[in-house]
Design a protein around this ligand. Structure first.
Ligand code: TXA
Ligand code: MG
Length: 344
């Protein structure tokens, strides 16, 4: 298969709509990360997403809409007051809400669950593409399974060249980590995957919110997570990554020391540092995460991909506090490190 790489202009969008209507898969930008879209109402089309990604069949997909009016037919309940307030506050935007699904949603989307995650993205290209396709679009992140999510169209091409007919290049994604996934089927909105919309913001709008406790720790042996995606190895660079937390100066000393030992042992280490701490490392090999959690969300996945390209075989990363967007960042970084965290 030849993969076309087009700007989302008139020609690009028209081809995307035609391909989606014909049951094909298209790579496209959203404000969080790039997605791999197909007609969410067509089980055969959705199967092609799993094939392109190499995704396990028991991991459900998020359904993307381009207007609030598209929501109700996809779910089997009337959204309650809390859900309505959250839609008003956060849609369009980086929030996915899980509801009981209607019969319109094929099993290929829900992976056998009786629920479906719905998201109304704010990216104008995503909205226009869904509108033109005329159907809701099922879309996971556009990476090969296990790789960091793509935040540029080039990343999508790295993973999907020859596997999908079209990638729309809409530039770099603004948020950089995937949407916040919130289970709306219980009394209290429960964050299953933290993202750009924070648990604190949800609590302010809905009255309260819970954060699933599997967000900042590895799953136990045989544990069934509420979100199937949590059980898969994710975002992991090839090199072994360790997160170091604590007083910034101590963290710097500790990491510099580990780095020097790794060099002596003939290894190829790489440091991921916050801007404010970078000077400590002198001329060691450092990549900058940004100055705070929001900038780190924006840069993290690209840096993890870079680490592989550079051939780093051991990585040390600084950390941010796990609140607000920092929770999303530490969830992704933690999983990339298999939760290898050293406190100094
Ligand atoms: O920002 C995003 O959400 C991106 C863009 C493309 O919209 N999409 C994305 O999809 O990150 P994906 O498939 O890479 O991650 C979806 C996560 C998975 O961990 C999956 O297990 C979970 O959401 N999920 C989807 N439907 C679910 C459901 N019905 N119940 C529980 N978890 C669900
Ligand atoms: Mg993903």
């Amino acid at each position: 298969m030849v993969t076309q790489f087009l700007k989302p202009d008139e020609q690009g969008l028209a081809l995307a709509a035609e391909l989606l209507k014909g049951g094909s898969v298209v790579g496209f930008p959203t404000e969080t990360v790039y997605g791999l879209g197909a007609n969410a109402l067509d089980g055969e089309a959705v199967k092609r997403i799993y094939e392109a990604k190499g995704r396990p069949g028991d991991n459900p997909l998020i359904v993307h809409i381009s207007d609030l009016s598209e929501l109700r037919p996809l779910i089997s309940v009337e959204p309650d007051e809390k859900a309505l307030r959250m839609m008003k506050a956060f849609w369009p935007g980086p929030l996915t809400m899980i509801f009981p699904k209607s019969d319109l949603i094929p099993n290929e989307v829900s992976a056998g669950l009786d629920t479906v995650g719905i998201r109304f993205p704010s990216h104008p290209v995503a909205q226009e593409m869904i509108r033109r396709a005329g159907v809701p679009i099922a879309a996971p992140s556009a990476n090969r399974s296990g790789r960091p999510s793509p935040t540029t169209a080039r990343h999508v091409l790295e993973d999907m060249d020859g596997r999908v007919p079209l990638i729309l290049d809409g530039g770099a994604c603004a948020v950089g980590v995937e949407s916040t996934v919130v289970d709306m089927t219980g009394e209290t909105p429960r964050v299953l995957r933290p993202g750009g919309v924070t648990a604190e913001q949800i609590a302010a709008v809905a009255g309260s919110s819970l954060v699933d406790d599997a967000v900042l720790r590895p799953l136990g042996e045989g544990e069934q997570p509420r979100s199937p995606g949590m059980k898969y190895k994710h975002y992991a660079p090839t090199g072994e990554l360790t997160i170091v937390t604590g007083d910034p100066e101590q963290v710097g000393k500790y990491i510099a020391n580990c780095y020097d030992e790794a060099v002596s042992a003939g290894r190829k280490p790489l440091i991921l540092a916050l801007d404010g701490n970078a000077a400590i490392y002198g001329d060691r090999n450092v990549r900058l995460l940004g100055k705070d959690a929001a900038e780190m969300a924006h840069s993290l996945f690209a840096l993890l991909r870079d680490a592989d390209t550079l051939g780093a075989d051991v990585l040390f990363s600084e950390a941010v506090e796990a609140t607000g967007v920092g929770l999303a960042v530490m969830n992704r970084l933690g999983r990339a490190a298999a939760f290898r965290i050293v406190e100094v």
